[in-house]
Design a binder for this molecule. Sequence first.
Ligand SMILES: [Cu+2]
Length: 355
Amino acid sequence: MGNGDVISLGGLGEDAKGTAFTEYFKSSENRWLAWNEVKQSWKWWGLYPTMVLMQDGRLFYTGSHTFGAGLPGTGASIYDYASGSITDVPGLQDKDYRDQSMSVLLPPAQDQRVLTLGGGNGHTNVDAGRLTDIIDLKAASPKYVAGPPIPQGTLTGGAAQSSKQGKMYVSAVLLPDGTVFETGGALHNRADPVFEASIFDPISNTFRPRMATDPVPRSYHSSAFLLPDGRVMAIGENPGNGTFDNRISVYSPPYLFQGARPQITSVAATNWGYGSTQQITVNSPVVRASLIRPAAVTHSSDPNQRFVELPMTVSGNNIGLNVTSNPNIAPPGWYMLFVHGANGVPSIAKWVKLG
Ligand SMILES: [Cu+2]
């Protein structure tokens, strides 16, 4: 949450059944509140529900979850913790087939657009799909609209997927050039890995297909996340036979082959306040600066993932970075500070602490 509190929704209780409890960590008191101190919705939000903090403090439940069918209603909603109200959001396609899809708040966070991609249904075990959906949360009445389908990949042995086959267990990773890397996944419940990777451009709303694929299957219990050097690490594979593949893959995006990297040569302060201007120096011209939240990902779910634009004031190699005054755009905590030049090549990140 923007005030540093943590809200915990969905999941299983100690009886291994779905719990409708909301739990709430109050940062200023450094404790989890008792259940009757918490505003309860008494709604079960599913397993690993992806809840994106909106700029006005409400939470967007994207419809991305783990196991089985989607929630009743439209499968996506806006939850206002302050008032307790839940409002269905229309437009999510095939909402009962978005099991282990993935949702990301698209770069930049200030644009308040969310992309949900892929998914299947681990219970009925139909072929996972290629659907994507995009929503603009700034709209007066936000609704999902269909995005481009996930590019087709290949199955084990090299056979091409059919035109309807997509993937569940998708990983999506925000990159420091403002695009989204999408990788991994499988066609069925803990089986039939899909070898496919692409980059989504949130400006053109298109996929750049046929990126280098991970040689290791990445289905259940796989994750991918951005490293501070601009590469992406992928881990995990736990197929239905119960084995676990411990191999790690590290992916270098195309921008690492496009020329020299700019360097952040100094950061005046590492503790940043909201609404402040922060001074850095660089060794070559840069066109964009951003804060990217470090990974907190599991089961195709990282509701905390965000890319916060830092508008710049440039004077030679001295750059002033304009930090948002809205903590709902960038909740307090540690971030990776990146810059990139006109060729799209990002710097290595510096760590800064906001709030
Ligand atoms: Cu699990």
